[in-house]
Design a protein around this ligand. Structure first.
Ligand code: NAG
Ligand code: NAG
Ligand code: NAG
Ligand code: NAG
Ligand code: NAG
Ligand code: NAG
Ligand code: NAG
Ligand code: NAG
Ligand code: NAG
Ligand code: NAG
Ligand code: NAG
Ligand code: NAG
Length: 409
């Protein structure tokens, strides 16, 4: 026993190593060709990145996927983008490999050209379990992009506004040259602004709304759940104006913790990360067990809960463990249905185990099936809000949850 163990370890180690070495040998010509092409269009800093990425098994596997002959979309940061990106990304090969994986989207997106607030989302090759905590096994993170009113394609959710400045192709790889290195989605706490006063409020207040984590039955604050304990959720976050407008209603039930918790829970779909193209024409069950349904008209994409109709003013704020859609009304629904809530969580868990490979825009397979209205994308002629809406989230939570603090104390 004592001497078989090291042999076994060695065997497993070699078994893990061999396929990557074989892949690297099979595809080194294809990678070499890609490198030559990137060089020829002036992306010499990206060539250095590829050389670094190519030095690990994980990186070789990414490059093997990218150059396997199937259609891929590659977001390719230009020289300026790479030289101005933070050194903690460029100087850490492991981090750089994750970042590179976030720039690769398997599939043919040539037909996808959404005008904001309609959004195109593709699933990348970023699966690092330290950075992605979506429902299901090894589900990869998504990247979102859209054409804004300046007619440029913008990658969404980036603090540095990142646009496609050139398009090129190499074999079946479509190359979108971008003017910034794309940043991998960060947790809720880091995604909301680094305004110390707001964060203090959020930290203090969110800790007073509790939830039971369904896989181990421990109780935690919703802040911790949203920040990292929930793996897969959709959160409809009212913007600051919405919360201010709802202050009187909040006061009317501020002494009833059940009602308050129900209102918060009616903003959340637990267990499923539902991006905007998957919403319209559909209905879902909230964490409180109430129905949320969605429709699109020429003004935009809306949700309905009881008598409340809210417009989604910023779709698809991507988190490592879920997604936020910013809405313009508080969902003042104090009702709950615990049986419906647990059944929704159970079906979300079973849906998460099915993990089909996605090589097309998320939601596009709904065309002609469950969504008779078409692509299932959001709609609207209204010019989309930019990052400032995201920044309003901080104010939002301070207001919403201030009521909870009153209730609890
Ligand atoms: C990638 O690494 C492999 C194996 O180490 C090597 O054969 C190949 O030349 C490298 N390719 C590039 C583009 O660096
Ligand atoms: C790359 O391709 C291999 C083989 O097809 C696959 O097992 C692997 O999961 C793919 N993805 C990444 C991110 O390397
Ligand atoms: C591109 O993909 C098509 C099928 O999708 C395939 O026939 C062709 O060989 C691929 N081209 C390259 C350069 O791999
Ligand atoms: C954003 O842009 C600024 C100014 O160019 C740069 O210093 C910073 O590193 C950029 N951040 C990223 C993530 O690229
Ligand atoms: C890198 O540093 C920036 C600040 O310059 C910080 O915001 C970011 O979170 C850091 N990223 C990582 C991966 O440590
Ligand atoms: C793109 O659109 C055309 C026409 O609508 C369709 O025939 C084709 O299959 C689409 N291509 C992809 C990759 O979805
Ligand atoms: C964007 O494109 C549309 C249609 O081609 C054109 O009417 C409009 O002027 C363009 N806007 C800008 C800012 O270039
Ligand atoms: C993507 O699909 C379009 C339309 O179906 C086709 O014309 C094009 O050749 C495809 N591109 C790649 C890289 O496969
Ligand atoms: C939230 O972010 C603040 C400031 O960025 C940080 O000090 C704090 O430790 C973070 N809290 C959690 C739970 O991540
Ligand atoms: C508190 O709110 C719940 C949920 O709306 C409701 O069922 C209950 O009757 C309320 N309790 C009081 C004392 O008003
Ligand atoms: C879309 O629906 C909303 C909510 O019912 C309504 O306020 C708006 O006027 C509608 N827009 C159009 C163009 O019908
Ligand atoms: C968004 O998608 C909807 C539904 O497919 C469509 O009706 C609408 O025109 C699109 N809006 C924009 C701005 O592209």
């Amino acid at each position: 026993m004592t001497y078989t163990r090291p042999d076994m370890t060695k065997f497993l180690f070699l078994a893990a190593l061999l396929p990557a070495v074989a892949l690297a040998q099979n595809t080194s010509n294809a990678v070499g060709g890609l490198v030559q092409h990137l060089s020829s269009i002036g992306l010499t800093n990206l060539v250095d990145v590829v050389t670094t990425v190519n030095q690990s098994n994980v990186g070789q596997s990414l490059l093997a996927n990218l150059t396997n002959g199937e259609p891929h979309l590659l977001f390719a940061p230009n020289n300026q983008a790479i030289s101005s990106s933070p050194s903690n990304i460029t100087s850490d090969p492991g981090r750089l490999t994750d970042v590179f994986g976030y720039h690769i989207v398997p599939g043919n997106f040539s037909n996808a050209s959404s005008h904001y607030p309609n959004v195109t989302l593709g699933r990348t090759l970023l699966t690092d379990p330290n950075l992605v905590h979506l429902e299901g096994e090894n589900k990869a993170q998504v990247v979102a992009w859209a054409v804004r009113s300046d007619n440029k394609t913008h990658v969404l959710n980036q603090r540095n506004d990142s646009t496609v400045v050139d398009v090129s192709s190499f074999g079946n790889i479509t190359i979108y040259v971008v003017d910034h290195v794309l940043v991998i989605p960060e947790n809720f706490n880091a995604t909301i602004p680094t305004n110390e006063e707001s964060l203090t409020g959020i930290r203090t207040i969110l800790q007073h709304v509790e939830t039971v984590i369904f896989n181990d039955h421990t109780t935690h604050s919703i802040f911790n759940a949203v920040n990292d304990l929930w793996h897969g959720f959709t959160f409809f976050a009212p913007n600051n104006d919405a919360v201010v407008a709802a202050q009187d209603s909040f006061r009317s039930f501020s002494r009833n913790a059940t009602a308050y918790t129900n209102v918060v829970y009616n903003h959340i779909i637990n267990g499923s990360t539902i991006y905007s193209p998957l919403l319209s024409g559909q209905h879902f069950t909230t964490t409180a067990g109430e129905n949320l349904s969605f429709f699109v008209n020429r003004t935009g994409q809306y949700l309905i809960s009881g008598s409340i109709i809210a417009r989604i003013v910023q779709p698809d704020v991507i988190l490592p463990n879920g997604v936020i859609h910013v809405i313009d009304q508080v969902i003042l629904n104090t009702e709950s249905d615990s049986a419906a809530a647990s059944s929704a969580v159970a079906s979300a868990i079973s849906a998460a185990t099915a993990n089909p490979t996605e090589t097309q825009p998320i939601g596009s397979s709904q065309t002609g099936t469950s969504n008779p209205s078409g692509s299932g994308s959001s709609s609207g002629a209204v010019a989309g809000p930019q990052l400032n809406v995201l920044y309003n989230l901080a104010g939002t939570f301070v207001c919403v949850l201030a009521g909870v603090t009153m209730t609890v104390s």
